[in-house]
Each structure stands twice: as structure tokens, then as C-alpha cells.
Design a protein. Structure first.
Length: 246
């Protein structure tokens, strides 16, 4: 029986889908998958740091790669968002000393995460920023969901595929200071502080996250709308299996 057919049978029998959210932070991705999969799922978050605001059903503090190697096969669907600070374009280039320092602070997890995910044989999603080594199977932008952030993110899809949605034209600029000039715009800068960057309340509104007031973790969290879209796209691939299992 294929993994897709197995999940289709779970859905048909209303048995819980077990989802793993790796590097979960406060659970922005978790909340999106909950919206997509409905109440009939159980979501476990894993993070190297304590996450008292985590949104899911269970939380494990520890190394996500070790957890996937040990327990990944116990889940039906896996999402992981490795830390992006050591992955994106700003960490590359000629400033070798700075790049090395960033690499020491934020280990490069994409390659080992991919190996661990593939070893489970489970369908997965791995998310990161432009310039990272994540395969660019899917790109999502806040404007696709009429959010108050742009936050372009790329997603590697393992064991399943979907169609890239249209990337709409942005409605304007990101609000804040740029090169000595202040710009207004429909989007807030949900990163850093100062220079017109978003406040806690603004990030909560812009991303659609209402369960945390932690400024740093709000900045790091994925908007739930992203993974709600991904979760629904994944479920659409299971339709034949669900019909066969009914």
C-alpha cells in the first residue's frame, strides 16, 4: 500500500493524521496545517528551543534531525523549516569571516534534513528563503493571500507535487525607511526593530497569528495561510485514494 493510499484510508475512516512540524517555533505552520487537515489530525512540534506559545498538540524540545531519524516514520506528513539565518543570499559572497560566524551560530541543516526526510519515506515539505539550498518546487508570497507581509518563501516537496500558483503583482511597497527615505505601503516589515519595522500587534495582524506576543518568534513564524494552502494542495492529491478507500 502506498503512503498516499494509507493516508486516504485514514481520512476515509476519520482516523487522525499524524503531522510533524520540525523547527516549529510558535507553530505558524502548525496552525495552517490544522486549518487544512481539520480537527482530525494530531500535530507534534519539535524545536531546539523551548516554545511555550507552541500551537500544536504535543511538543518535543531537541534536535530535529535526530528526532526525524528516530521517529519520522511514525508520522504521515512532515514539515520542516530549518533556520534561515545561515542559508540565504546575505550569508553568501565575499565576506568570508562574517559568513563563517553565521555558519557557526546557525548550522546548515538543509542537506542533513533532506537525508533524514528521504529516509522516512514519508511525504514532506521543507521551507526556506531565497538563496538557500531548498529545492524551489513552490514559491508563496503574502500577497497571494492578501496578507500584510510579502515574505517570499520557497518549499521543497518530497513525495508529492502541486502546481505553482500565480504570483500576483504587489500592491505597493513595504512600509519603512529605505536609504534615508520613509515609504508608506500596504505591507509591514516583519523583521528586525526600528526604522518603521512592524510592532507586535502589526505582525499579529499582518500574518494572521493571534496566540503569541513574542516579537522575535512572531517575526520568525510562517503565516498560517501558507501551510493551509499547502495542506489543501496535498489533500487534493489524495482524492483518488480517498475514493478507493471509501
Amino acid at each position: 500500500m502506498t503512503q498516499r493510499t494509507a493516508i486516504g484510508r485514514l481520512l476515509a475512516r476519520l482516523e487522525p493524521i499524524r503531522v510533524l512540524d520540525g523547527c516549529c517555533c510558535i507553530g505558524g505552520a502548525t496552525d495552517g496545517y490544522r486549518r487544512a487537515f481539520g480537527a482530525n489530525c494530531h500535530i507534534t512540534g519539535v524545536d531546539i528551543e523551548p516554545q511555550p506559545d507552541y500551537r500544536g498538540d504535543a511538543f518535543h524540545q531537541g534536535d530535529v534531525i535526530d528526532f526525524i531519524h528516530a521517529h519520522g516514520h511514525e508520522f504521515h506528513f512532515i514539515h520542516i523549516s530549518p533556520p534561515c539565518q545561515g542559508e540565504g543570499a546575505p550569508t553568501k559572497g565575499t565576506n568570508a569571516a562574517r559568513n563563517a560566524a553565521i555558519g557557526r551560530t546557525y548550522p546548515r541543516l538543509i542537506a542533513p534534513a533532506r537525508a533524514a526526510l528521504l529516509a522516512t519515506g514519508r511525504p514532506y515539505v521543507m521551507e526556506n528563503v531565497a538563496g538557500s539550498e531548498v529545492r524551489k518546487d513552490l514559491r508563496l508570497c503574502g500577497e497571494q493571500f492578501r496578507l500584510g507581509v510579502l515574505m517570499h518563501r520557497y518549499f521543497e516537496l518530497g513525495g508529492w507535487t502541486t502546481v505553482q500558483p500565480t504570483h500576483p503583482r504587489h500592491r505597493g511597497r513595504v512600509r519603512g525607511w529605505r536609504h534615508g527615505r520613509y515609504f508608506e505601503g500596504p505591507y509591514v516589515a516583519a523583521y528586525g526593530k526600528g526604522g518603521g519595522k512592524a510592532t507586535v500587534d502589526e505582525i499579529r495582524t499582518a500574518k494572521g497569528i493571534d496566540w503569541s506576543t513574542d516579537h522575535l518568534r512572531l517575526r520568525e513564524a510562517l503565516p498560517p495561510a501558507y501551510t493551509e494552502w499547502i495542506g489543501r494542495a496535498y489533500l487534493a492529491t489524495l482524492t483518488p485514494a480517498r475514493e478507493a478507500a471509501a
